[in-house]
Design a protein around this ligand. Structure first.
Ligand code: RFL
Ligand code: PHB
Length: 397
């Protein structure tokens, strides 16, 4: 088999890349380790920044998102039992976020790729990548126990944090920048109407809590917990009790319902530099991870592949490798700004066991500042709705 761009991973990065390349006349094949059902149902992110919404819409895959997504013009920061609204609309000249589950984005993209005759090989086993620094890299894999080879011009490593692409780069090439956090998030999905119109980020002495949602009938809620926490230690009544305590606010009541999903996710900041080696380009979680407090992981993955799609289509149109050569540099400027924002939101809102009373007072001082100074609120708002893209995706030909 042969293709122009071999893409490892059918998450948001791999699927958006494949779709954008198709729109620009570049052929790709996507290899995914899991089943179609698994990737379409995996509970992950929920917040799309304006750039992501605009890109999906312009690329023709935003129809259901526009119909079913919930547009929010602000978020609430809650501390000392009081809520404070950050008004995105006013602070960012009308920009907004859209609540639309990552699983739905993935479903829409898979439908679009398959409807256009694109190839996504699900349940591709033992994927390995070869000859990255030669003229024709190769992907080997197994499908239904049969070995297969895919020759490509380029490989896009969109296989997430635990994928095989990043570790296939020879030792000594990559620099790793990393921080782990001494806590995790316990996340639930509950059949309950959202208790608030907008997302609520709550700072509490017992730890951080977040109220989010998926629809008018489905709430998504998170609790800061120990990094090695066992989900078995969190029966439903303990979760609701803790959420009621940490989200408590004058005149407000938490709406509860049947919990249909429960999971624990660790928190990490991670970047590799560069994001490319020979003819391999890393994108999304394969190259960087942010803690979820800023709701940025999916959005950053989409921003990377917008740059990569542009660079690849430029190469196929004119033979010019300039954009490809600068792929890593172009992405990393945004990556580090988003890393800073995600780290800052995480540091401001979580309880660190190593902190003393001074540190907690300082966190409250920071929350007070962010919610009372227009300049500080605007800084949060412009990052949350998404910093401007440096270069808009366009058809170069
Ligand atoms: P993905 O989604 O992990 O997709 C990688 C795909 O590669 C496949 N794969 C392989 N395929 C073939 N061969 C192999 N050897 C393979 N190894 C792996 C995997 O099966 C998978 O299908 O990476 P991608 O595309 O870079 O997308 C990144 C996002 O998924 C991630 O950053 C976000 O979910 C992070 N995130 C959030 N991001 C946001 O923008 N907004 C949010 O509100 C938000 N909330 C969150 C989040 C992540 C969370 N967790 C679970 C850490 C909330 C949480 C709790
Ligand atoms: C979510 O709805 O899953 C969500 C919302 C905001 C975040 C992280 C996750 O910061």
């Amino acid at each position: 088999m042969r293709t122009q761009v071999g893409i490892v991973g059918a998450g948001p990065a791999g699927l958006v890349l494949s779709h954008l390349l198709h729109l620009q006349g570049v052929d790709s094949v996507v290899l995914e380790a899991r089943t179609r059902e698994y990737v379409q149902e995996r509970v992950r992110a929920g917040v799309l920044e304006q750039n992501t919404v605009d890109l999906l819409t312009e690329a023709g895959v935003g129809e259901r998102m526009c119909r079913e997504g919930l547009v929010h013009h602000g978020i609430e920061l809650r501390f000392r039992g009081r809520g404070h609204r950050i008004d995105f609309h006013q602070l960012t000249e009308g920009r907004a976020i859209t609540i639309y589950a990552q699983a739905e984005v993935v479903r829409d993209l898979i439908d679009a790729r398959l409807a256009a005759g694109g190839t996504i090989t699900f349940e591709a086993a033992d994927v390995s990548i070869h000859d990255l620094d030669g003229p024709q890299p190769l992907i080997r894999f197994r499908k239904n126990s049969e070995s297969a080879e895919l020759y490509c011009d380029f490989i896009a490593g969109c296989d997430g944090f635990h994928g095989i692409c990043r570790p296939s780069i020879p030792p000594g090439v990559l620099s790793v920048y990393e921080r782990t956090y001494p806590f995790a998030w316990l996340g639930i999905l509950a059949e309950a109407a959202p208790s608030s119109q907008e997302l609520v980020y709550s700072y509490h002495d017992r730890g951080f809590a977040l109220l989010s949602m998926r629809s008018q009938q489905l709430s998504r809620l998170y609790l800061q917990c120990a990094p090695d926490e066992d989900v078995e230690n969190w029966p439903d009544d303990r979760i609701w009790r803790e959420l009621r305590t940490r989200l408590a606010c004058d005149g407000w009541k938490l709406i509860e319902g049947r919990i249909v999903q429960k999971s624990i996710a660790g928190m990490r900041s991670f970047v590799v530099e560069p994001m490319q080696y020979g003819r391999l380009f890393l994108a999304g979680d394969a190259a960087h991870i942010v803690p979820p407090t800023g709701a940025k992981g999916l959005n950053l993955a989409v921003a990377d592949v917008r740059v990569l799609a542009d660079a690849l289509s430029e190469f196929y149109c004119s033979g010019n490798r300039e954009l490809l050569n600068h792929y890593s540099e172009s992405c990393l400027r945004r990556v580090w700004k988003v890393q800073r924002f995600s780290w800052w939101m995480t540091s401001m809102l979580h309880r660190f066991d190593s902190d003393n009373a001074f540190d907690r007072r300082r966190q409250l001082g920071e929350l007070d500042y962010v919610t009372s100074s227009r300049a500080a609120a605007q800084t949060l708002a412009e990052n949350y709705v998404g910093l401007p893209m440096e270069k808009m995706w366009k058809n170069n030909c």
